[in-house]
Design a protein around this ligand. Structure first.
Ligand SMILES: Cc1ncc(COP(=O)(O)O)c(C=O)c1O
Length: 371
């Protein structure tokens, strides 16, 4: 049996007529850059998230950069984030000219540990950039309490957490802005690169919208209020996202239900740690990440049986060659370092079948027994 980590072909085949029409509609309307599909997607995405504004962007990295820049983050400022994330989180901080500082994550939850923030805050700290990793919301109530005490801006990296909630609020609407990636394999994925930020702050959203479009003054093609970029969402991606957004609630429910089946079958398997769920949160399981002692041996055996697994992420950012200039060393973030050696992402997507989950569970159980 071959079971991929993610299967976008099955998703396409299940909704092909609708998705083909979404593409044809844009071709017929010749609305490729800006236009009605982008505007409608921004309105619907803002409404889905429960935010006043959404700004479509070329990808999630653009959204992070724009949210930070539109919040006034720049040279001389420090931004606290986590070392266990995709590199884009930290790249966006450096793109603004600000300094990346890391804070370790909470054991079992893989998200920023709010109890470590006070020790990391300096007079230069201006913002926190927590990551709702794997679809698991950060402990935002504790984090926001620290942010308010120190007057820090909070920008949420929601690239992996479309529709996740904490205390009944969707992620991305708790801090000043939330940034989403619609990379194809994400819970809501485009057919290319795409992203968006959401915010209740009209000033932030307006500035981000301007910077993403060459600093254009609203409605003026060749008048530029500031020097910006081309970080736009395009019409084709917006139309595809609009079609797929209708299915997101059902896909999220199905992801959670698939994880419940994994949990039932894996519950009594020794030497395996399943992810924790916060009681006040809805985890949307972009990834199902388990922890095992001899991860590399297990991974090899699952791969040999045709099972697509992943490691998100094998090297914490403070140990990446790209961030050596920050001056961190091994041992600085023990939780992120230890978990990076044990984490294993198992196949998970809404169309995953019971028999496939059973096959993964059998293979994993056998690998653990022999490891
Ligand atoms: C946590 C996180 N942040 C940021 C990004 C960047 O998004 P994009 O690839 O759309 O630029 C990703 C995408 O993989 C991500 O997983």
């Amino acid at each position: 049996m071959h079971i991929p980590l993610v299967d976008l072909e099955r998703q396409y085949l299940a909704h092909a007529p609708e998705l083909d029409k979404a593409i044809r509609d844009v071709l017929q309307a010749t609305a490729f850059i800006g236009g009605p599909f982008v505007t409608r997607f921004e309105e619907e995405w803002a409404s889905y998230c429960g935010a006043a504004h959404a700004v479509g962007t070329g990808n999630g990295t653009d959204a992070l950069y724009l949210a930070l820049r539109a919040s006034g983050i720049g040279p001389g400022d420090e931004v606290l984030t986590v070392p266990n994330t995709f590199i884009a989180t930290a790249e966006a901080i450096e793109l603004c000219g600000a300094m990346v500082r890391f804070v370790d994550c909470e054991p079992g939850y893989h998200t920023m540990d709010p109890s470590l923030l006070e020790a990391a805050i300096t007079p230069a700290t201006k913002a926190l950039l927590p990551v709702h990793l794997y679809g698991q919301p950060v402990d935002m109530p504790s984090l926001m309490a620290v942010a308010e005490r120190y007057g820090l801006t909070v920008i949420e990296d929601c690239a992996q957490a479309h529709g996740a909630t904490i205390d009944g609020r969707r992620v991305g609407t708790i801090g000043k802005a939330g940034c989403f990636s619609f990379y194809p394999g994400k819970n809501l994925g485009a057919y290319g690169d795409a992203g968006a930020l959401v915010s209740d702050d009209a000033g932030l959203a307006g500035k981000a919208a301007m910077v993403r479009d060459h600093g254009r003054a609203k409605g003026k093609k060749y008048e530029h209020e500031l020097s910006g970029f081309n970080f736009r969402l395009d019409g084709l991606q917006a139309s595809i996202l609009l079609a797929k957004l209708r299915h997101l609630p059902a896909w999220t429910e199905r992801r959670r239900e698939r994880v419940s089946l994994y949990r039932r079958l894996l519950g009594s398997v020794p030497d395996l740690t399943l992810p924790l769920e916060r009681p006040n949160a809805l985890h949307v399981y972009h990834l199902l990440v388990v922890e095992v002692e001899k991860r590399d041996v297990i991974l090899e055996q699952l791969t040999a049986k045709g099972i697509g697994c992943g490691i998100h992420y094998p090297i914490p950012l403070h140990l990446q060659p790209a961030f050596q200039h920050l001056g961190y060393r091994e041992g600085d973030f023990p939780v992120a370092e230890a978990t990076s050696k044990h984490i294993l992402s198992l196949p998970l997507f809404p169309e995953l079948e019971d028999a496939e989950i059973a096959y993964v569970v059998d293979a994993l159980t056998a690998a653990l027994a022999g490891a």
